[in-house]
Design a protein around this ligand. Structure first.
Ligand code: HEM
Length: 199
């Protein structure tokens, strides 16, 4: 895909991201832009620094990170459950569409988490769900899309199961009614769905 087309796509995708950030059912009322002000004040710049560095090594990690966030948010809300690895392999990452999630994107989030935890003030005090939400926003803006504020304070999920993925994510054979109803369940309109799915 050409860079110009990619930039247009990220502009469209950012609409979804901002909607998901507002609509996520997980503790939505407690989210705020300055959630980490007294906890880990530099978290935004640390995450952005890692994202910027990783994009220089792998430009494709940007698209992969955006897709990772989309897949996380559609399954149990934006709770980073997509990153959980169950010892028995019965986790989201081992199911259907999640099998093709980008290893570079997962690595990017792991690196961002490690960088955040590297500051003793922040260790284990910033959720992976928030790091993923910030990183998805950062890839959008760093490849030429808009920058938008991300509300923070999500809690990480503790549950990840294979079976739920196929009921939560759109499949390649979905018809219009199925797509509409799945996106509506995530607070998105048909117009949102069409704009976001165009490529
Ligand atoms: C509407 C229904 C959708 C379907 C059926 C769908 C399906 C797919 C499939 C099959 C791929 C290729 C995966 C592979 O490389 O094997 C893909 C890639 C991708 N999807 Fe979707 N998708 C949908 C919506 C979305 C939405 C709403 C977003 C973003 C908000 C999104 C973001 C992406 C991105 C960024 C990639 C490229 C990932 C990469 O290159 O690493 N998709 N999608």
């Amino acid at each position: 895909m050409g860079i110009k087309k990619y930039r247009i796509l990220v502009l469209l995708f950012s609409v979804l991201l901002s909607l998901l950030i507002v609509e996520t059912p997980t503790a939505a009322a407690q989210l705020s832009q300055n959630y980490y002000a007294g906890i880990c004040p530099n978290v935004e710049s640390v995450v952005r620094g890692v994202v910027s560095q990783r994009l220089q090594q792998s430009f494709a990690a940007g698209a992969g990170t955006l897709r990772l966030f989309f897949h996380d948010c559609f399954v149990r809300g934006c709770d980073a459950s997509v990153l959980i690895a169950n010892p028995n392999g019965d986790d989201e990452g081992h199911s259907g569409a999640d099998l093709s999630l980008s290893a570079d994107a997962i690595d990017l989030i792991n690196k961002a988490k490690a960088a955040v935890d590297g500051d003793p003030q922040c260790t284990n005090r910033v959720s992976c769900a928030d790091i993923l939400a910030m990183a998805a926003r950062d890839v959008v803006s760093l490849v030429g899309g808009p920058f938008y504020p991300v509300e923070l304070g999500r809690l990480d999920g503790k549950v990840s199961t294979r079976a739920i993925v196929k009921y939560s994510l759109p499949g390649p054979t979905f018809n219009l009614d199925q797509l509409n109803s799945l996106f509506a369940a995530n607070g998105l309109t048909q117009t949102d769905m069409i704009a976001l799915s165009g490529r």
